[in-house]
Write a protein that binds this ligand. Structure first.
Ligand code: FAD
Ligand code: EPU
Length: 338
């Protein structure tokens, strides 16, 4: 394993922020992880596990060790009457894994097509899109404990999944390297097209009989029409989470803003569309230097060229403040600020 010093991370984060890592190493096996973590030089060095870099904002050079995950391999580990149990190494590209499952008729991931990043990061924030979250198809994961240097298996309950949340973003933050994730996928697909746009897109595609392939294609089409491609404009997807408010607050806002977009939750609260809130504050399409609020999706902050991480962060603070002032609603950042 080669340890690089002052390695540029510009091409390794989808915001395209031009920062360096003091130390940088790529690992391809558990032995590599053991070796690097046993190196006394790095014992007290701060560490960052890097996947596809699609949910990070670097606000400064990383003064520590970046460990880039390159663990590969996908395996059907068992099956029963109803399910396939498919284990993927953490360094597999998420969309390639989804495509592999679709090709083999393992159903359940089709709505999650085209989400950037690696399999290993998918449990971090319980990735979700178009009515499905990975917790719906998750079986277990394996993770390497940085302190004990042993592998531990986490069940679904132990991961404490929530909306864009897991235990790895909170009490176990920076304590484990996720090395593999196993999904429990259906033999007989149950199509989830509750997200209206999928039905509309399937119709536009002329699809009469649904399949996991056509749903995946519809999701890809919708995503391509809405979200900026990081290869063209730097971004990390939704910068903020959709905020949850109590019903009374929603009803109060609805009397003032009849078009407000909200979804009822099982707990009685309402999830508001942050994109709508931001658009109403006038930030949509605005830029401050090279940092901007995307013109088609106000929830996505973008780097039009050479924005610094701090400039994007400062813009996010301005957006947060405007939403708080207009609606009295607190937005929370989804992207990991480093
Ligand atoms: P990284 O950005 O590399 O890392 C994210 C965090 O996880 C960091 O804190 C990192 O240290 C940690 N981490 C990464 N790998 C590991 C590991 N193996 N072990 C321990 N910690 C680890 N997200 C959604 O949920 N739904 C969407 O629809 C969606 N759409 C997006 C669209 C675009 C255009 C973009 C750019 C992003 C989108 N995202 C979406 C966000 C992003 O794709 C996901 O959060 C993805 O899972 C991040 O994966 P990554 O490998 O790039 O993680
Ligand atoms: N909206 C606006 N203006 C905007 C953007 C959105 O009014 O500028 C309205 C839309 O018209 C719609 C509503 O807000 O009525 C929701 O918009 P959309 O369907 O585009 O979804 P979102 O809530 O903005 C969430 C996720 C996405 C995920 C999509 C599809 C979060 C934070 N974001 O976006 O996830 O792909 O739904 O399921 O939950 C991500 O996490 O990075 C991400 C992209």
């Amino acid at each position: 394993m080669k340890i690089l010093e002052y390695q540029s991370l510009k091409k390794l984060n989808t915001f395209g922020i031009d920062v360096t890592a003091k130390y940088f190493v790529e690992f391809s096996s558990i032995e590599d992880i053991q070796e690097i973590l046993s190196n006394p030089k790095f014992l007290n060095t701060k560490k960052l596990i890097l996947g596809g870099g699609s949910n990070l904002l670097f606000t400064q050079n990383f003064d520590g060790l970046v460990l880039k995950n390159n663990l590969k391999g996908i395996k059907l580990i068992k099956e029963d009457a109803d399910f396939y149990y498919v284990k993927s190494a953490a360094g597999e590209v998420w969309h390639d894994f989804v495509m592999h499952c679709i090709k083999n008729n393992y159903a359940g991931l089709e709505n999650l097509s085209l989400i950037p990043g690696n399999v290993g990061a998918s449990p971090m924030q319980n990735i979700g899109a178009y009515g499905v979250e990975i917790k719906d198809v998750f079986y277990e994961l394996e993770a390497f404990s940085i302190a004990d240097k042993t592998i531990r298996t986490f069940s679904k309950t132990e991961c404490k999944f929530g909306y864009r949340e897991s235990v790895f973003k909170h009490e176990l933050k920076n304590k484990y390297i996720i090395t593999s994730v196993t999904f429990k996928l259906l033999k007989n697909p149950k199509f989830n097209t509750s997200y209206g746009a999928i039905e509309t897109e399937l119709k536009a595609m002329g699809i009469i009989e649904k399949s996991i392939r056509t749903i995946s294609k519809a999701v890809c089409n919708i995503r391509n029409s809405k979200l900026p491609n990081p290869a063209e404009i730097g971004n990390a997807g939704s910068f903020f989470k959709n905020p949850e408010v109590v019903r009374g607050k929603y009803e109060f806002l609805k009397t003032k803003y009849p078009n407000i977009v909200g979804y009822e939750l099982e707990n009685g609260n309402v999830k508001l569309a942050a994109g709508w809130l931001i658009e109403q504050t006038g930030w949509k399409g605005k830029t401050v230097g090279d940092a901007g609020v995307h013109k088609l999706q106000a929830l996505v902050l973008v780097n039009y060229g050479n924005a610094k991480g701090n400039e994007i962060f400062d813009l996010s603070t301005k957006v947060l403040e405007s939403v708080k002032e207009k609606f009295g609603v607190e937005l929370e950042r989804e992207v990991n600020i480093i």
